[in-house]
Design a protein around this ligand. Structure first.
Ligand code: ZN
Length: 285
């Protein structure tokens, strides 16, 4: 199943994207894709609703805006340096254990919304990433049971401001958390729709030029290991987003670096998960 949320920012309603592109509005039955929905039997009930009444459910208007496919989660945990080629291009060591950092949940936005260049920013960068959404409370989960705690997969562009991230002292979180820096979607895709999460083609273009092209097969640590690992340090709640890192080709990796500017268009995708498109706009106010 492909879960979507449609409507104006902060007023999105839950829906289901069908294989033929139809976007069903399920808001009469489901309040939102949140901790309660994902942690209970929401997905099973939704599957049944679509099977029994899919033909008679209302549709979202053609061209309606997509929001992030989950309601604001308790946290976004990101994995750093999880691709060997990306670690090399940033002149970092291949990590022995996953590198974790947080991204503010207020950075979340829809997959095709404009991205705002933050006030004072000079080094805005993109990162195509496979993210997964937690489907069941997870605390010290062994790796062999980890996937039972995953609701599904989603495309994420982990935007970064490299000067805030690397030149302002302390942790990476400063460069990762600006408003609009976490486009998520188009859909939360349940695991049964994806043959092998460890073998998905991923790509990103800036103004039509390919910058990143890789596969989740090149990840140092896979989805199951990451959920298990993170759950030894903190309790993961249903709806939490974990983003698994980016391959080589980010702006920081070029010599000289190639950062984004107002007017640039970033397009990205991951096999089976869909595509995103963002336009960079200047800060106002
Ligand atoms: Zn990242």
């Amino acid at each position: 199943m492909r879960l979507i949320r449609c409507g104006a920012p902060a007023l999105e309603r839950p829906g289901v994207l069908l294989p033929d592109g139809t976007r069903l509005d399920v808001s009469a039955t489901v309040r939102d894709y949140d901790e309660e929905f994902l942690g209970g039997d929401g997905l099973a009930r939704l599957r049944e609703l679509v099977r029994q009444r899919g033909g008679s459910l209302p549709r979202f208007a053609e061209g309606a805006r997509l929001g992030p496919p989950v309601c604001r989660p308790s946290k976004i945990v990101c994995i750093g340096l999880n691709f060997v080629d990306h670690a090399r291009e940033t002149k970092a060591q291949i990590p022995k254990e996953p590198v974790l950092f947080f991204k503010s949940t207020t950075a979340l936005q829809g997959p095709d919304d404009d991205v705002t260049i933050p006030r004072g920013a000079t080094k805005v960068d993109y990162e195509v990433e496979l993210a997964f959404v937690v489907g069941r409370l997870a605390r010290h989960v062994p790796e062999e049971r980890a996937l039972e705690h995953v609701a599904g997969l989603v495309l994420h562009n982990d935007y970064s401001e490299r000067a805030f991230q690397l030149e302002r002292g302390g942790q990476w979180v400063k460069g990762k958390s600006c408003d609009t820096f976490a486009p998520l979607g188009p859909a939360l895709v349940t695991l049964d729709e994806v043959p092998d999460p460890g073998r998905l083609r991923m790509w990103l273009k800036v103004n039509g030029e390919t910058r990143q092209e890789s596969s989740t097969a090149n990840m140092v640590f896979g989805v199951a290991h990451l959920l298990s690992y993170v759950s030894t340090f903190m309790t993961l709640l249903p709806g939490d987003v974990i983003s698994t890192g980016t391959p080589a080709g980010v702006g920081l990796g070029f010599d000289p670096p190639r950062y984004l500017k107002a007017g640039d268009v970033v397009e990205l995708g991951i096999e089976h998960l869909g595509q995103q498109r963002q336009r960079l706009v200047p800060f106002h106010g």
